[in-house]
Every structure is written in C-alpha cells, then in structure tokens.
Design a binder for this molecule. Structure first.
Ligand code: SAH
Ligand code: SF4
Ligand code: F3S
Length: 453
C-alpha cells in the first residue's frame, strides 16, 4: 500500500478532516501550494475557511527577505493556542524557509507546536509525513532535494480562469544577494510535452490567462540536450487553440535574446508586456550583484522592444540599499527609471540573507538612508506611471476581468495585455471573461475606462 492509500484509508474512517494551506512568496511557491492542496484533496481532506477551524495547517513559506520569515515565525507563534482547543491539530511548514538548516533547526527547537517540515522538492512525501504525525511522531521532516517531479499530481487551483504553469524549478544564477538558488536547488526543466499538454487542457477548460513560471524562464531547456528553447516553447503554446493570453515570469536580462523579443512581439497570444528585473541602474552595483549585464546592454533590450512597439509595457524589480550603494549609484537607478518609464516597479529594501555572498560585505549605509531612498523611488514611479498611462487614454483596451473593485461598489478591475490594471463599471458575472474598454482616465496605479463590448 502506498502512503497515499494508507492516508486515504485512515482519513476515511474518521469524521471528515479539514485542511488550511497558506502560501507566501512568489507565484512558484503559490503553485506549490496548489499542488499541496491537490495532494490533500486526493487523500480525502476538505478545506477550511481559516486556521481556526482546521485539523491540518500548512504554512508554505518564503525566504527571500527577512521580513517574510519574521512574519511566518509570528504566525506560528500565535498558533500555539489553537492546539489547546484542538489537540488533534497538525501544523506543518513547507516552502523555502525549510531548506535553510539554521531555520529548520530553529523551528524544531523553538516551536514545538510544529509537527512536520516539508522541503520544497519533497511534496510527494506529504502523505507519509502526515501518517507519521498521526502515529505520534514528535517531529517529522523531509527536506531532501529530489530531482524528479510529480507530473500529473492533482492541483487545487486558486482561480478558475487564471492558471500558473511552472516550466522549470531552481536557479543557477547566484545573484549575490539572493537565497533562491540555495533553497530551490539547480535548474530543472519540465518536459515541453508535459507543459504543452497541461496548457492545452487548461485552455480547453476555459482558462483565459496562462502564466508560465520559472526563476529565469530564458534558460528553459538548458539542462537537457534534447529539449526545445523557451522561445520555441512560447511559439508552440501560442499555437494551442483557444482564446487565452500567455504571460511568463521572470526573464533574466542577460538572457533576453533578440529571438525571444521577436517571439513576444510576433505571437498574438503572448502579452505585450515584459517583466525584466533590473535590480539597479549602476554598473558597479550590477557587477557586485553578479547580474552579468550592464545598463547599456539592458537599455538595448528596452530600446529594441520600443522601436518595434512604442507602447510596449515593461515592469521591473529594484533592490534599494544593496551593501554600500552610494548616492551616485542610487541616482543612476533613478535616471534609469526615468529613461525606461516602467509601467510598474516592485522595489525592495535589501535584506541580508545568511549564506549568500553579499551577506559577507560590511555595509556602511544606514537604515534611514535606505528608507528615504525607497520613499523617493516610489514617489518617482507614481509620477512616471501617471504620465506614462496617458498613452492609453482615448484608446481601446482588451481586459481580462478579475474581481470586484475594492474601492468602488458596482465597479470591476481587470488587467490588460500590457499588465495595466483597469477599473470600470460592470456586472460581476463578467469576472473571468475578456471585455473591451475605452480608456477615459489615467491614474497613478491604474487606468479608468468604460466597457464598450
Ligand atoms: N528570479 C527572479 C526573482 C526572484 S526573487 C528574477 O531573477 O527576477 C524576486 C525579487 O526579490 C528579485 O528580483 C529581487 O528584486 C528581490 N530580492 C531577492 N533577494 C533579495 C534580498 N536579499 N533583499 C531584497 N530583495 C531581494
Ligand atoms: Fe535570485 Fe538571481 Fe536566481 Fe532571480 S536569477 S532567483 S534574483 S539568483
Ligand atoms: Fe520566496 Fe522561495 Fe519564491 S524564497 S520568492 S517563495 S522561490
């Protein structure tokens, strides 16, 4: 009998158990959370609305910055009392935090309410770990790194019209600030055949947005001699029948080839938007970060896209306060932002990660300086976006309707191909479908429009 069969039998005999899974961090981690939920559903669990009425809680964690970890420790700390009212409650921690030895050790020592930890590549061990816990094991753990994946694992997707499809796992780039290569291991690409079949099924099932995921999708297939490249994968997915939009994340600027840009520009289903994380506008800092491109090379990519499509949308990630980032380095980032005119930026204050190379640098910049740089960056971006979004005013935009607008009742929000948030009046029944709007007004976080069909 497999562990899954044993777990199913065990749960079958008892009153139905409820699970609560909460994912933090990037979309790859959210996608793992969907697989965890799929495994639990196969085992016979149903899902609880909140932690307080669950028999099993899994926190699927992120380790990319210290505040992400602190938040999880805070939540785990506050869960101690849940065990008093429900002694049968099982609490597990999965995701990137578990892959760091010192963190796994801290959980085991200081948080006795945690029953098991499940490593990022060990999802399939979940049924076995749950059985161990039910059989009274004090602390069950599987944080080994596996190279095979569970193709065909059932997933409980968060959305019925937007789907994430991981195409590869891990990262080989070792940017000096980043913990991901340590917690997610080396690059492993899924078979293109499996990816294409999955997208085909999703499209046939009515999904309207397919998000292909990898830490650096541009190196898709590099780990296997007979696999196709990422641009070719995009072409083949673009050829799948159905009305859906293709997005992907993230693209490392050092690997954004002309071929890739041409495929994005030429394939009608591929969104006219590229998330191209620049991290810094200073060549000195980029070299210290081991990013392996220069501002000049980055701008060549931007200029090529804009020369072919002047409205092409770009978003980016920026780190503020990398160790010893000078005023001059920071100003270089500001001028890069003004030059590129991003539609959106995701900016983060540098967080020191134990085990990474940058953690060894003796940083002399104060926290106050970093926070004030961050505020300035956000302010500049607000101005850029408000002005830059003007290019859409008076034009039509095709939008995938996502949810009711939080601020205005009777209004909806959605995203255009350019990844611009749009707000417009409409019926909730439109959620999950495409509408055509005319853009009336540009704000600094979104555009406002009117449905015309
Ligand atoms: N693989 C993706 C990003 C993964 S992490 C890529 O290369 O684009 C997402 C973002 O978090 C990064 O782009 C970076 O801006 C930020 N980040 C990563 N490590 C960080 C750290 N130690 N401190 C602050 N921000 C960090
Ligand atoms: Fe981290 Fe760099 Fe890999 Fe992105 S490419 S996950 S920033 S090491
Ligand atoms: Fe965080 Fe892990 Fe993603 S560290 S950003 S959840 S790969």
């Amino acid at each position: 009998m497999t562990d899954m069969e044993a777990l199913r039998e065990r749960l079958g005999g008892e009153k139905p158990k409820k699970a609560f899974v909460r994912s933090f961090g990037c979309q790859l981690n959210v996608s793992d959370g969907e697989k965890i939920k799929g495994l639990l559903k196969s085992a016979g669990y149903s899902f609880a609305e909140s932690e307080s009425d669950a028999d099993l809680i899994i926190l699927n964690t992120c380790a990319v910055r210290e505040n992400a970890e602190d938040r999880v420790f805070g939540i785990v700390g506050s869960m101690k009392h849940l065990k008093d009212s429900n002694p049968g409650l099982i609490i597990g921690i999965s995701g990137c935090m578990t892959a760091q030895k010192h963190i796994a050790e801290k959980i085991r020592k200081s948080y006795p309410q945690v029953d098991f930890v499940l490593g990022t590549s060990a999802l399939n061990s979940l049924p076995g770990l749950l059985l161990d816990c039910m059989n009274g094991s004090k602390f069950a753990a599987d944080t080994n790194e596996y190279t095979g994946f569970a193709e065909g694992t059932e997933q409980v997707r968060e959305s019925s019209f937007k789907a994430s499809v991981p195409i590869m796992f891990g990262c080989n780039n070792f940017c000096t600030y980043c913990i991901v290569p340590y917690v997610r291991g080396r690059e492993r690409s899924r078979r293109s055949e499996d990816i294409i079949n999955e997208v085909r099924q999703l499209a046939a099932g009515g999904y309207k947005e397919i998000m292909l995921l990898g830490q650096n999708v541009n190196s898709y297939g590099n780990d296997s001699a007979d696999e196709i490249s990422f641009p070719e994968l995009l072409r083949r997915i673009n050829a799948i029948e159905g009305d859906f939009i293709i997005r992907f994340m993230s693209s490392h600027p050092k690997d954004a080839t002309r071929e890739l840009l041409d495929v994005i520009l030429g394939c009608e289903k591929v969104a006219k938007h590229l998330h191209l994380p620049v991290q810094s506008g200073s060549d000195r800092i980029l070299a210290e970060m081991n990013r392996r491109y220069t501002v000049k090379k980055y701008l060549e990519t931007v200029d090529y896209l804009r020369s072919r499509d002047k409205d092409f949308s770009l978003t980016t990630d920026i780190i503020v306060g990398f160790p010893n980032e000078s005023d001059e380095d920071f100003e270089a980032t500001v001028s890069l932002m003004k030059r590129v005119k991003y539609d959106n930026i995701y900016s983060f204050i540098y967080s020191k990660r134990t085990g990474t190379k940058a953690a060894e640098i003796d940083d002399r910049i104060s926290d106050d300086v970093k926070s004030s740089r961050m505020r300035r960056l956000l302010e500049i971006q607000r101005e850029i976006a408000a002005e830059h979004y003007q290019r859409f005013v008076g034009r039509r935009m095709r939008v995938l309707v996502e949810e009711p607008c939080k601020k205005r009742s009777g209004w909806l929000t959605g995203k255009s191909s350019e990844f611009i948030i749009a707000e417009f009046e409409g019926e909730p029944s439109l959620i999950g479908s495409f509408v055509e709007i005319e853009v009336i007004k540009a704000m600094n976080w979104a555009v406002e429009g009117k449905i015309i069909s």
